[in-house]
Design a protein around this ligand. Sequence first.
Ligand SMILES: *[C@@H]1O[C@H](CO)[C@@H](O)[C@H](O)[C@H]1NC(C)=O
Ligand SMILES: *[C@@H]1O[C@H](CO)[C@@H](O)[C@H](O)[C@H]1NC(C)=O
Ligand SMILES: *[C@@H]1O[C@H](CO)[C@@H](O)[C@H](O)[C@H]1NC(C)=O
Ligand SMILES: *[C@@H]1O[C@H](CO)[C@@H](O)[C@H](O)[C@H]1NC(C)=O
Ligand SMILES: *[C@@H]1O[C@H](CO)[C@@H](O)[C@H](O)[C@H]1NC(C)=O
Ligand SMILES: *[C@@H]1O[C@H](CO)[C@@H](O)[C@H](O)[C@H]1NC(C)=O
Ligand SMILES: *[C@@H]1O[C@H](CO)[C@@H](O)[C@H](O)[C@H]1NC(C)=O
Ligand SMILES: *[C@@H]1O[C@H](CO)[C@@H](O)[C@H](O)[C@H]1NC(C)=O
Length: 405
Amino acid sequence: MLVKYLVPALAAFGSAAAQAGTCTVSGGTTTVNSQAEATKLASCRTVRGSVVLGKQTGAAIDISGPQQITGDLRVEDNGDLETLSSSTLTSVGGAFVLKNVTKINAINFSKLTSVRALQWQSLSLLSSITLGPLSSADEVTISDTVLQSLEGIDLTNVKKFNINNNRRLQQFSSKLATLDEELIIQANGIGLGLTVDLPNLVWAANMAIANVTKFSVPSLKVVNGSARFDSNFFESFSAPNLTHTEKGDISFVGNAALNNLTFPRLTVIGGGLLVANNTALDEINAFSKLERVGGAIKLRGNFTEVEFPALNTVEGAVDISSTADIRDTCEELSKFAPANQGGDGTIAGVFSCTANNANANDDIDGDTSDSGNIDGKDDENSAAGMAFNSALLGLVAVAGFAAAL
Ligand SMILES: *[C@@H]1O[C@H](CO)[C@@H](O)[C@H](O)[C@H]1NC(C)=O
Ligand SMILES: *[C@@H]1O[C@H](CO)[C@@H](O)[C@H](O)[C@H]1NC(C)=O
Ligand SMILES: *[C@@H]1O[C@H](CO)[C@@H](O)[C@H](O)[C@H]1NC(C)=O
Ligand SMILES: *[C@@H]1O[C@H](CO)[C@@H](O)[C@H](O)[C@H]1NC(C)=O
Ligand SMILES: *[C@@H]1O[C@H](CO)[C@@H](O)[C@H](O)[C@H]1NC(C)=O
Ligand SMILES: *[C@@H]1O[C@H](CO)[C@@H](O)[C@H](O)[C@H]1NC(C)=O
Ligand SMILES: *[C@@H]1O[C@H](CO)[C@@H](O)[C@H](O)[C@H]1NC(C)=O
Ligand SMILES: *[C@@H]1O[C@H](CO)[C@@H](O)[C@H](O)[C@H]1NC(C)=O
C-alpha cells in the first residue's frame, strides 16, 4: 500500500529545513509495509495522524526522523517483525499498540518519554525494550512477553497499569506514587514468582494482585477503591502505612503460604473485608486499629484466633468460619453482635461464627450479603461444633453473654 501524506513544501526537500516539517497524514493513517515506506516519514518532525504497520513488513522497521506522532502507532497480527525502533520519537499522542507480533524480540525507542497508552500484548518473544525512559502515560498494559525487566517504564502516575503473563518477569520495582484507576499484576514469573516493590506508592484507586512472591508498599496510605490479593506466594504481607480504604474492599483469598498479615494503621475499610482460604494463616490479628467496616466481614480459613480490638462499627454482616476450634473467639466476638443477637450492636448485620467446620475453606466467594445462617449440617450438632447465628442466639445469651447487653 502506498504511503500517502500531505507534506508541507519544505519537507519535500529533506535536510535541515525539512526537519521542522509537519506531515499531515491524509485520511489520518499512514500505513507502513516496508522500511522504504518508513523512511518516507524521516523528513517529518511531526506526523499528524496515526502510523500503522501492515502484517508483512520484513524483519526490521526503523521509524527514525519523526519526533512526534499525534495519533497511534500500531502493529497487529504481524508475523514478520523482529525489531522495531526509532532513535528520534519522543511522543505518541495516542496509543502505542503492539498486539500479536509473534517474532518481535527487541523494541528500541530510546527517546520515547510520552504516550497516552502503551498496549503491548501477545509478544511471546519480546525480551528487550529500550525506552526514553517512558515517564508519561495514562495506561500501560504489558502482557505475554518474555521480558525480564520493565526498566525503561518509569512513571510516577498512571491511570491503569496491567502486567500479566510475563513468564520471565521476576522483579518489578517502580517509583509509581499515585494510581488513578487500577493496578493489575497477575501470572508473571511462572514457576519463579514476581517480587513487586513500590516504595513510593501513596495512594491507589484499585489493586488486584495475584501470583506474586512479595508485594511491598511501605508508603501506601489510601486505597480509594478495593485491594484484592489472590493466590499469591508470599508468607508475609504488610501495609504498614495504610490508614483506610475509601469505598472498596480488602480481600485476601487463597494465599497458601501467608502466615503473617499486618495492617497496623488501618482504621477504616470503606467496603468489606474478606480473608478466606489462606490455610497457613493461624491468627487473624492483622487489624489492631480497625474501627469501622462499611460492608461485611467474612473470614474463612484454618485460623485458631481472630482479634478486632478496636472495632466499633460494622455496617454489614460478620460471618466467620474456621476448620479449627475457634469457640473461644466466637464467644469473644459475639459481644459485637447486633442487639437482637444479644450483643452491643457494633455489628449491624447478622453475626455468625462457626468452629470446626471442615469445609470452611470451600465457601470463599466475596458475597458477603448472605444472611449469616451458615448451614451447620457438618458440625452444628457435633460436640465440638458451635455456631453463633440467629438460630442459636438464645443459647449464646444463655451461655453467659447477656452481660454484653
Ligand atoms: C496472530 O497473527 C498471525 C499472523 O502473524 C495470525 O495468523 C493469527 O491468526 C493471529 N492470531 C490471533 C489470535 O489473532
Ligand atoms: C537503541 O538505539 C540507540 C539510538 O539509536 C542506540 O544508541 C542504542 O545502542 C540502542 N540500544 C539497543 C539496546 O539496541
Ligand atoms: C485517593 O485518595 C487520596 C487521598 O485521600 C486522594 O488524594 C486522591 O485524589 C484519591 N484518588 C482518587 C482517584 O480518588
Ligand atoms: C494465579 O492467580 C490466579 C488467581 O488470580 C489463580 O487462578 C491461579 O491459579 C494462580 N496461578 C498460580 C500458578 O498460582
Ligand atoms: C508513613 O506515614 C508517616 C505518617 O504519615 C510518615 O511520616 C512516614 O514517612 C510514612 N512512611 C513511609 C515509608 O512512607
Ligand atoms: C510479621 O510482619 C511484621 C511486618 O512485616 C513484622 O514486623 C513481624 O515481625 C512479623 N511477625 C512474624 C511472627 O514474623
Ligand atoms: C486446613 O484445614 C483443612 C481441613 O481441616 C486441612 O485439610 C488442611 O490440611 C489445613 N491446611 C493447613 C495448611 O493447615
Ligand atoms: C484453596 O486454596 C488452595 C491452595 O492453597 C487451592 O488448591 C484450593 O482450590 C482453594 N479452595 C478453593 C475453594 O478455591
